[in-house]
Design a protein around this ligand. Structure first.
Ligand code: ZN
Ligand code: ZN
Length: 428
């Protein structure tokens, strides 16, 4: 099906656009391998790829080899097969991950790999599936891949995530269109979000990176102790920022000193909250797709950093599952600011995919923090990190809270205040 639709797209694009569809696709594959994960000579590449995206995955594979990759290990993911397994395999099979399977990822992490994730996911692939199995599977994977994640947390692995359309996803984003038309529209909007089109893609990404870095510097200089959010949805919430937190955005540097972009696209500035300091209520502003199920119009009430009560108009069970995964799942691991005039927000498209939607709206994440959003955080043990307010969890789930009337005030240690956001936009 994918192949056929791809052909339809080629014809459409070559008629309408400055750059043909196949050219844009090639540029995208290059972007993933170069700006995305920045493959350097002699590196192993673990390339996780949705089976629906195989064609694009092979293009990325080739780009990696062109950049001097030592080997590219293709690991295909099949959501439909996973769904069948969820419906039939017993719960016990989800509770542990065989050693041989864990070793694949851990081995390459030890050998110094980079990882690429190419997603083509149906946001509702696992709707109604066993929540117990999904949760057990997530916990078992987190435990089995501990070595991999530890190396990653210390900046030892460059990684990137990018997405391509699949029919189910496109239908959800552009309902009321033929499948071919919906997929075509989704391709077009993805290319826009990753700045592929007229002009030099690399130069555009460099410019974008500079803007993000400049704003991060302002926030880092202010060194706020907390942020207070308010909007008409009902959000009235204060979150503490960890001591020595660092605002980050755009490209990152791995331990080897090589730049990479963990997410394509990326519009956010983000940092580490103190997981012991969050009080008040937060209302979601966009649906959240969690483990293939949608959670909509939900509210979280925090006290001393922890979610103490919650509600959801849709997907309450999934929200409950998310919050009960482990202790850290009820606390925050990330605070991110995105103005409502960012290109993705301006497009007005709801992607039902965190990679895009998180770049359209201010968000928070429940669960694991990013140790590198604290000065020296990568060097701390789990206990030390926790003692400084860095959250630990098997989950890291972003959810959107930004609106075009969001007001955010930064509060400094001495109690003085500074307005950061007004009407959903930066005022700094
Ligand atoms: Zn984020
Ligand atoms: Zn996040």
């Amino acid at each position: 099906v994918m192949g056929g639709i791809l052909c339809v797209n080629v014809i459409k694009y070559e008629r309408d656009n400055d750059m043909g569809f196949s050219e844009k696709l090639q540029e995208y594959a290059r972007l993933v391998a170069r700006q995305g994960v920045n493959v350097t000579a002699g590196k192993y590449v673990l390339l996780f790829c949705s089976i629906e995206a195989a064609e694009f995955g092979r293009m990325v594979e080739e780009e990696c080899y062109r950049l001097g990759a030592r080997d590219v290990i293709m690991i295909y993911k099949d959501q439909k097969a996973s769904r069948i397994r969820l419906d039939y395999a017993p719960l016990d099979e989800y509770k542990t991950l065989p050693e041989w399977q864990a070793e694949q990822r851990n081995y390459y992490a030890r050998e110094g790999c980079v990882t690429i994730n190419i997603l083509a996911e149906d946001p509702e692939a696992y709707a109604g599936a066993s929540s117990e199995k999904l949760q057990a599977g997530a916990l078992a994977a987190h435990k089995a891949y501990k070595e991999f994640y530890d190396i990653m947390d210390k900046g030892g692995i460059r990684w990137t995530i990018a997405a391509v359309p699949c029919v189910e996803w496109a239908r959800k984003v552009f309902p009321g269109n033929t499948d071919a038309k919906a997929v075509s529209k989704l391709w077009e909007s993805i290319f826009k979000t990753v700045r592929i089109g007229r002009g030099d893609t690399v130069a555009k990404w460099q410019r974008h990176d500079r803007v993000l870095k400049r704003r991060a510097k302002i926030l880092n200089t202010a060194n706020f102790s907390a942020l207070r959010y308010k909007n008409s949805l009902g959000t009235n919430f204060t979150v503490g920022l960890a001591d020595c937190h660092i605002w980050k955005g755009g490209s990152e540097k791995c331990a080897e000193g090589v730049d990479y972009f963990p997410n394509l696209p990326t519009e956010e500035l983000f940092t580490m909250p103190d997981c012991r300091r969050a009080d008040g209520s937060v209302y979601s502003s966009m649906p959240l797709s969690y483990q293939g199920e949608l959670i909509e119009n939900f509210r979280l009430d925090f006290k001393d950093g922890e979610v103490v009560s919650y509600s959801a108009e849709k997907g309450y069970g999934a929200l409950e599952r998310l919050l009960s995964t482990d202790d850290g799942s009820r606390r925050l691991g990330e605070v991110a600011l995105i103005p409502c005039d960012s290109p993705i927000a301006q497009s007005g498209i709801l992607y039902y995919n965190t990679l895009f939607d998180e770049n359209a709206s201010c968000h928070l994440a429940l669960g694991e923090c990013y140790p590198d959003t604290m000065r020296g955080g990568e060097l701390l043990s789990e206990e030390e990190l926790l003692a400084r307010g860095g959250n630990r969890s098997a989950n890291h789930v972003d959810f959107m809270i930004g609106t075009d009337d969001m007001e955010i005030v930064g509060i400094k240690k001495d109690g003085s205040e500074m307005k950061i956001f007004e009407n959903g936009r930066f005022v700094i």
